[in-house]
Design a protein around this ligand. Structure first.
Ligand code: MG
Length: 261
């Protein structure tokens, strides 16, 4: 009996402690004490559809031209093609990146693996969006783009992974020939004057509306070989990958970005 009483007291104690931790309101406190009126959030006109750019977005591709993009390797006008309102990867031209550099932002982009794509694993429909392009070729932080519809590969390299760091929470892939959406929130890393990491990069991402990266904290740039590490930068272009595999090229449309504080 004594044991049972003791157990009851032990079990009840945490709840009791929690109840006691709730503070009572300060005498004389008013509702107005906790109401904030400034600064007022800026008014933004939403896009006509959930995927159309809000009024404060920078449109990076709207089907017309590649004026916002350059080749990563030589900064010449982007060598990908525009056809029927779509941006199509030109593998010979290599990666392309935005003329403008960014720090923190919200990014929307739509991509499509061609119908009846060929290849397997990483060699099927591979591209990628580098959330910060910190140098030539594949330097930076890649959110993987590839065909992950019934196409197994290492899970931290499938579509919507932070390449070789973080597998997506779910596989929300539509089949080849259908459009996919990415909605991404990127918080850039910050660095001290001596190059030490002050705050790491973080990413939240949705693939076709499903949460795939939930405030994931990166351990550095995404590397093909070796362990990730950070390289100081202040702002960087957004880069799209022309992957070297022989499968037919992907298309992109409707790309816009909203800079964040
Ligand atoms: Mg890739």
């Amino acid at each position: 009996m004594r044991l049972a009483v003791l157990a009851a007291v032990v079990l009840a104690t945490p709840a009791l402690a929690l109840a006691q931790a709730v503070p009572s309101p300060t005498p004389g406190a008013k509702p107005q004490d906790t109401e904030v009126y400034t600064p007022v959030p800026p008014v933004v006109t939403p896009g006509a559809t959930p995927t159309a750019p809000p009024s404060d977005a920078i449109v990076l591709f709207d089907g017309k031209d590649l004026s916002q993009w350059v080749n990563t390797k030589d900064k010449a006008p982007a060598g990908w093609t525009v056809s029927k309102g779509l941006m199509v990867v030109e593998k010979k031209a290599g990666n392309i990146e935005t003329k403008k550099s960014f720090k923190n932002y919200q990014l929307h982009l739509e991509w499509r693996v061609p119908k009846d794509v060929t290849g397997t694993g990483q060699g099927r429909g591979n591209s990628g969006v580098f959330l910060a392009s910190t140098g030539p070729a594949d330097a930076g932080y890649e959110l993987q783009i590839m065909d992950s519809y019934n196409n197994p590969t290492y899970v931290n390299g499938q579509a919507a992974s932070i390449y070789k760091q973080s597998a997506p929470l779910v596989n929300a892939m539509r089949p080849d020939g259908e459009w996919q959406t990415y909605d991404i929130v990127w918080t850039a890393p910050t660095f001290a004057a001596d190059g030490a990491v002050k705050s790491p990069a973080r990413v939240t991402a949705f693939h076709n509306g499903a949460l795939v990266q939930n405030d994931y904290v990166l351990t550095g740039e995404t590397l093909y070989i070796g362990k990730p590490y950070y390289k100081p930068y202040t702002s960087a272009p957004i880069k799209l990958q022309a992957h070297g595999d022989p499968s037919p090229p992907l298309s992109f449309r409707n790309i816009w970005v909203r800079e964040l504080p």
